[in-house]
Design a protein around this ligand. Structure first.
Ligand code: THU
Length: 137
């Protein structure tokens, strides 16, 4: 079951993701991505992709936003919005899906882009049969 998030909160989350892309450090891909997560506390945390000269160390915007939330003490993510500078919305990469699952296995995942197109789905649809914390208990 997807988390129920009101339309105004969704719009705020999307706006935060778009704004976060402006802080992207992406000199190698020239692909500025922004993300924002809505935590169970009601607070929104944003992040951008942060690349590295050692390409494999690039960090996606979604993970920056989630790690920022968790470092602030949050443990539950209700929704994630991601902005990519594309004509069509794109969904989070596999690594980010796994990280979202840790804190928001039923999170709403909203993708927005440079056009008016948008996509809404849920983490459990993006990562069915996920390996999560319960497997270790
Ligand atoms: N990227 C993200 O930050 N999030 C996504 O959902 C897709 C890809 C970043 C990683 C890399 O810095 C650049 O976009 C190109 O792949």
């Amino acid at each position: 079951m997807a988390n129920k998030i009101s339309a105004p909160i969704c719009r705020r989350l999307e706006k935060a993701a778009r704004t976060a892309a402006k802080k992207s450090y992406s000199p190698y891909s020239q692909f500025p991505v922004g993300a924002a997560v809505l935590a169970a506390s009601g607070k929104i945390y944003a992040g951008s992709n942060i690349e590295n000269a050692s390409y494999g160390l690039c960090n996606c915007a979604e993970r920056t936003a989630i790690f920022t939330a968790v470092a602030a003490g949050e443990r539950r993510v209700l929704a994630v919005a991601v902005y990519t500078p594309t004509a069509q919305p794109t969904s989070p990469c596999g690594a980010c899906r796994q990280v979202i699952n840790e804190f928001g296995p039923t999170a709403l995942v909203i993708s927005v882009c440079a056009s008016k197109e948008r996509q809404e789905t849920t983490l459990d649809l993006l990562l069915p049969g996920a390996f999560g914390p319960e497997a270790l208990s």
